[in-house]
Ligand binder design. Structure first.
Ligand SMILES: Nc1nc2c(ncn2[C@@H]2O[C@H](COP(=O)(O)OP(=O)(O)OP(=O)(O)O)[C@@H](O)[C@H]2O)c(=O)[nH]1
Ligand SMILES: [Mg+2]
Length: 581
């Protein structure tokens, strides 16, 4: 159903009842007559979207059909001038982990930024502008190769004029890897020029046979999808054929639409997002059209701000256009990488759009929550609170976790209670305690004051500087639970609700959640994936009566002979059939 969100924001479906629409919009008689005369419609009730769009555009209404495409549509609707200036092309390098993307860009940028990265893995987007003497400027974007960063990569691909797919000689016959990246490109952008780089040619002796193998393989694929591309053979290590690459890029200038107008409504994309020590939430942006000025109102996905400061290469500037990559300040919160931004100096319009987006988001969240409730029954929960130093990392982590959840865990819930960029706070520790969650830190330091708190509460906390290690840890935790389930004939699981330490034994008050507990069972006691106890049950009682078996969600007590002070309320006990049974 189409609906009017408010007076000038309309959510429309495929067909819309025109009479109803204009009555709801309370258009003036003269406007209705105008519409009818222009579009030659008289008695029409249902009109199609395209016609409606034309009509409403003429009346200065904003039409939002698809949530994700708003900015594009707004831009097209509001764009005024024909493009007259030239902007630098945006060139994005994509390719498998370790194919050499960063090394190639290092050769181009001539500063060895690879040394600044932990183990040389790109975990953030890097973008920079190169000026050549013949006034041909390029904007390069380096993307990470790991699967987790697919969303960020897609956002970069979307705005690129030239895409460089880097393939290492080690991977040239790994069709699954190459296909994956080709698909990523093809599904997200259809108006780009493609360059394929085979990198690390210094590693092979028989160059001709390599060339033959690769080209034979991939010519056939590209023939079917009707895409032009050039293949260049490089060695970033020995800086071989870098000039060939630059010339190849320059040769493509004439075939790309690089025009923009400084007068147009400005729109662009967030390429980096982080918290600046002095200025707070900050975004690095690439502008695709128009001019942004200090004081402009800039719309992000769910918030807007007045631009306080624009910095280009450490210099304060008052306005920027597609010739600059700039940092902007004054944001109330962090934006997502890849988020599209638009300058709309109309606070009413901006608020309308944000409220519309929130309506849609809440609607979606409601469904997601319901779905999660449905899925959550009888499952193991792995709860995490994640703090990072970059919003791009958050996206990548969430993406990976989604993949893991889809593929690996039948009855394990990975619950991310919070994923946030910023320092570790007391609140995070309390949340971890109350929700039985593990704290995962990515490039976030722990303040000395908090260490005592963490130790006191026995909070499980892990620090990472490599995203893949963090993801591997989550995978490992899942594997632990799965392997337990598969191998060990689980009979039941219970929660620890109270602990009594008596002499040399420990009595654990439990509540059975699923299955049965038998006195002869072996049990394992876990806190998340950490094994605290593995052994047998000494005695089992319901109230004061000894029993051999417990079932039906009963509360019961067991004693074990080890005074394990680690066990506490909230831990999980799993009972297993005896091995020789
Ligand atoms: N032999 C050889 N090694 C290279 C070449 N180019 C890069 N390498 C090495 O390959 C490794 C990975 O290079 P990177 O440039 O970090 O690869 P990347 O594609 O940016 O990797 P991610 O950012 O993780 O996706 C490093 O150890 C480089 O020194 C080359 O032309 N020849
Ligand atoms: Mg890299």
């Amino acid at each position: 159903m189409s609906k009017i969100i408010n007076n000038n924001l309309i959510e429309i479906n495929k067909k819309i009842n025109f009479t109803k629409l204009i009555s709801k919009l309370s258009l003036k008689e003269k406007d209705i007559n105008y519409i009818k005369s222009i579009f030659n419609i008289d008695n029409i009730k249902i009109i199609n979207i395209d016609l409606l769009k034309n009509i409403l555009n003429k009346l200065n209404y904003i039409i939002i059909e698809e949530f994700n495409d708003n900015i594009d549509k707004l831009y097209i609707t509001l764009k005024k001038n024909n493009n007259i200036d030239y902007r630098p092309p945006i060139i994005t390098l994509i390719g498998h982990v370790d194919s050499g993307k960063t090394s190639i860009l290092d050769c181009i940028e001539l500063n060895n930024s690879i040394n600044n990265e932990v183990r040389g893995i790109t975990q953030y987007i890097r973008s920079f502008k190169v000026n050549y003497s013949d006034n041909k400027n390029f904007i390069f974007i380096d993307t990470p190769g790991h699967e987790s960063f697919v969303n960020i990569r897609n956002n970069c691909i979307k705005i690129s004029d030239i895409i460089i797919l880097v393939i290492s000689v080690d991977d040239i016959l790994k069709n699954n890897i190459i296909d994956k990246f080709i698909n990523e490109i093809l599904y997200t952008n259809l108006t780009f020029k493609l360059i394929i780089i085979i990198n690390k040619i210094d590693k092979i002796n028989d160059f001709n046979s390599l060339k033959f193998k690769f080209e034979n393989n991939y010519n056939s694929i590209f023939k079917n999808i009707d895409i032009n591309y050039d293949i260049l053979y490089l060695s970033a290590k020995y800086k071989k054929n870098i000039d060939l690459l630059i010339n190849n890029i320059k040769s493509k200038f004439n075939y790309i639409d690089l025009k923009f107008s400084k007068e147009n409504i400005a729109y662009g994309i967030v390429i980096e997002s982080y918290i600046d020590k002095n200025m707070g939430p900050t975004a690095k942006i690439i502008i695709k059209d128009g001019t942004i000025n200090v004081g402009d109102l800039i719309l992000f996905d769910y918030f807007f701000c007045k631009l306080k400061l624009i910095i280009d290469n450490n210099n304060k500037i008052n306005s920027a256009n597609p010739l600059n990559i700039v940092k902007i300040f004054g944001l109330p919160t962090l934006s997502k990488i890849g988020e599209k931004i638009i300058i709309l100096n109309d606070i009413k319009k901006i608020k309308n759009i944000i409220s519309y987006r929130n309506i849609i988001k809440n609607k979606n969240n409601l469904y997601i929550n319901k779905y999660n409730d449905f899925l959550n029954k009888n499952k193991y929960n792995l709860n995490y609170i994640i703090k990072t130093n970059s919003i791009g990392i958050n996206d990548a982590i969430l993406h990976s976790i989604k993949e893991i959840s889809n593929n690996n865990c039948n009855n394990i819930n990975i619950n991310i209670l919070k994923i946030e960029t910023g320092i570790l706070k007391k609140d995070d520790i309390y949340l971890s305690l109350n929700s039985n969650s593990e704290l995962l830190l990515f490039n976030v330091k722990i303040d000395l004051n908090l260490i005592k708190l963490i130790n006191n509460f026995n909070i499980k906390i892990k620090s990472y500087s490599i995203i893949y290690d963090l993801i591997d840890y989550i995978k490992y935790s899942i594997k632990n639970i799965l392997s337990l389930e598969e191998k060990s004939n689980i009979e039941g699981n219970a929660n620890v609700i109270k602990i009594f330490n008596i002499n040399n034994s420990i009595i654990i008050g439990c509540k059975l959640e699923n299955g049965v507990f038998r006195k002869k069972n072996n049990i394992k006691i876990f806190r998340k994936d950490i094994l605290l106890y593995d052994g047998n049950i000494l005695s089992m009682k319901i109230l004061k009566k000894s029993v051999n078996e417990v079932n039906n969600n009963t509360e019961f007590g067991i004693s074990i002979n080890k005074n394990n002070i680690l066990i506490k309320e909230g831990d999980k006990i799993i009972s297993f059939k005896e091995i020789n049974e």
